[in-house]
Each structure stands twice: as C-alpha cells, then as structure tokens.
Design a protein around this ligand. Sequence first.
Ligand SMILES: Nc1ncnc2c1ncn2[C@@H]1O[C@H](COP(=O)(O)OP(=O)(O)OP(=O)(O)O)[C@@H](O)[C@H]1O
Ligand SMILES: [Mg+2]
Length: 250
Amino acid sequence: MNVKYTISPKYEKKYKNFVLNIQDYFNNAEKTIHKARNEIKIISFNEKQFVVKSFKKPSFIKSIYYTKNHSKAKRSYEYSIKLNDFTPEAIAYIEFYENNKLSNSFYISEYFEYDYTIKEPLRQIGFENKTKVLNEFAIFSSKLHDNGILHLDYSAGNILIKEKEDKYIFKIVDVNRMIFKTLSLNEKLKNFDMLWANNENMTIIATQYAKSNNLDIEMVVKKALWYSFRLKLFKNFKKLLKGKIKNIDW
Ligand SMILES: Nc1ncnc2c1ncn2[C@@H]1O[C@H](COP(=O)(O)OP(=O)(O)OP(=O)(O)O)[C@@H](O)[C@H]1O
Ligand SMILES: [Mg+2]
C-alpha cells in the first residue's frame, strides 16, 4: 500500500504518528458526528481535539480519475490553507493507494467548538437575535467574496457559528469545492441560494450585504430572492418528477 500525505509544517513533528496511523485511530474512535456519503469523527490525540473526515472509497472509475486529479481530501487541505481563518485550522490530509489507485483518504482539521450552524437562525421560529446573526453572516459572506472566495457548497450545515461575548465567529467547512477568483455581483448573490432561506431571512441577509457594499438595497434584495427562488423551483421540480411530493419545501 502506498501513502501520500501532507502535514501542516507547524504540526509535522507533533502529529506525524497520528496522521500516518489515522486509519486505526479512526476505526477505534467512537464519536461519529456525521455519516452520509463520508464519515466524520471527533478524535482526541495529545489533549487536542480533531475533526477527521474519511472520504468514501471511490468507485473504480473515480479511483482512476483521482489518481490523476487531486482527491477531495487533498483539495480540502489545500483550500483550507488558502482559506486561513475562514475555516477551522488545517492539520493534514492523507491518501492510501492500493495497486496505484486511490482507496481511503482523510482530511484532518482542528475541532471548532461551535454553538450552532446557520441552519438554526434560518429555520427555528423565534431564534433569539436572529436578525443580528443574519446581519453578521452577511458581513462575513461579503468578506469571503471580497477575498475572491466562492464556496460551491454554501449550504446552511457548512456554516458554523460560535458566540463570543457580543460577537459571532463564523467558519466554513466542507471545503473541497471552492473557486478562487474575482467575483461578479451576480456570482456573489447567487452564492446564497443553497441556504434555502425563506424570503424574510433572505431579505435580511441581502439588505445587510447591500449596505456593507454600498449597493442599491432594492436591486440586491431582488436578485438574491430571484436566485433563491430559482433554485427552489428547480429542486422542487426535480422532486416532483421523482414523485417525492411530500418533501416539497419552500
Ligand atoms: N472542523 C470542524 N469542527 C467542528 N465541527 C465540524 C468540523 N468540520 C465538520 N464539522 C461538523 O460536521 C458536519 C459535517 O461536515 P462536512 O460538511 O464537512 O461533511 P458532509 O456535509 O458530510 O460532507 P459531504 O457533503 O461532502 O458528505 C458539519 O456540519 C459540522 O457539524
Ligand atoms: Mg456539509
């Protein structure tokens, strides 16, 4: 079995053993926080808590693709380095190859002790300080966009929030699909569509976004609402075609 890995230079010495033996640590750890396509566990090592994301073993065809292209684990690591403070600190990635084809791969980051994701203020009725959180979120998103960062999976579960005194700290996760470039206003506003926000919440976010960028509020709100509506229409139409009428959600 072949192994390729990179550990953040800062942690090279301290965590090399942990990274090289991540398969054992992962299998022995109990604390799964998420299991869908990929599995995520919180693992403690030397009194520090890590989040380890184990990427699903690719199919035969995809394993050939990933042998030539960067794996999701590697991209998560490299993008996280670029994202710096916008994401929990990157520790390492490691890829295991069998017969020269990608088998298991892992991305390791620091555990960010967040209080909730943006899902709660967006979905919970009567969430305390909702407007304040959404305004701060708009300012955070504006900073991301100004830095030329487009998160291609900017959905509510990927935006973590920690309350600190009177402020909020935001971090984005699930960062293997990103674009780094100067963004147009349309690209920036379309970026909010995966939040699946209702019109009231999207209006709060877009209004603050316009104010932070000295843009016409009415124009920005209209565009953001349109992109959000368009994605919902498209996704709901797909559900309808699949006969999942019960799951239709606006
Ligand atoms: N560094 C971190 N610190 C704390 N919690 C994290 C961290 N990374 C991920 N999480 C938690 O795990 C959840 C899922 O993580 P992530 O979005 O990376 O995986 P995913 O949605 O399963 O990915 P995919 O869509 O690729 O299957 C997040 O919503 C968050 O609750
Ligand atoms: Mg996610």
